[in-house]
Design a protein around this ligand. Structure first.
Ligand code: 5GP
Length: 191
């Protein structure tokens, strides 16, 4: 997605060789017009995938996902990050390692927001090692539902997440694929 790549080049900042900061339009400040256009792109790609619901992970996945859900006219669910396990039986939970915070959290989904007939599109802001996406997949599959696809705003293609998901047979669609980060360097895979 050209407009997204330009925005990353103009306003993004590589903190080091692995972390990209995009606080001005995605992770802190939110550019609603850009989010809307991101929703249009995800709709174009996923509209014939039989999606019944869209899941995301709090909190930076919410803005692009709500715009996608609105344009695809589908329900949306935000998976919650809890600090500790909930022992009641009305939730699905799985432990996920956070790439940016280097800690673990319990990704949590209330059982009432999924059924085994669902085909879930999972959307997130970044794909790095794939931990967050794999956690979301575990919750969907534990509920007996299917993963219809994975939509990523910014994929860091030099990290293993994408290949891991593709090797497991999931359809991964990323709007910007970063091939290299470094001091003053942001490069994309040309497609
Ligand atoms: P993964 O679980 O694929 O290793 O990492 C993805 C999650 O970590 C995303 O949900 C995102 O919140 C965060 N993340 C990973 N890499 C970056 C990055 O370079 N910049 C920012 N802002 N967040 C990242």
């Amino acid at each position: 997605m050209e407009a997204l790549k330009q925005r990353i080049l103009n306003d993004g900042m590589a903190l080091n060789e692995t972390v990209l900061k995009v606080d001005s339009f995605l992770n802190h400040g939110v550019d609603a017009h850009l989010m809307y256009n991101i929703g249009t792109e995800f709709k174009k790609y996923f509209e014939n995938h039989g999606v019944t619901k869209i899941f995301t992970i709090e909190s930076s996945g919410i803005a692009p996902t709500v715009m996608t859900a609105m344009q695809m006219n589908l329900p949306m669910v935000t998976l919650k990050k809890q600090a500790s396990k909930i022992l009641k039986g009305d939730v699905y939970q799985t432990t996920v390692h956070s790439f940016t915070k280097a800690t673990d959290y319990e990704l949590t989904l209330s059982k009432k927001y999924i059924s085994e007939d669902d085909h879930i599109l999972i959307i997130d802001d970044f794909l790095a090692n794939g931990e967050a996406a794999l956690g979301a997949i575990r919750l969907v599959e534990e509920a007996g539902a299917k993963v219809a696809g994975i939509g990523i705003v910014i994929e860091k293609s030099f990290q293993p997440g994408r290949q891991l998901l593709i090797d497991k047979g999931y359809d991964v669609y990323s709007l910007a694929r970063v091939s290299k980060l470094g001091e003053g360097i942001i490069e994309f895979i040309e497609e």
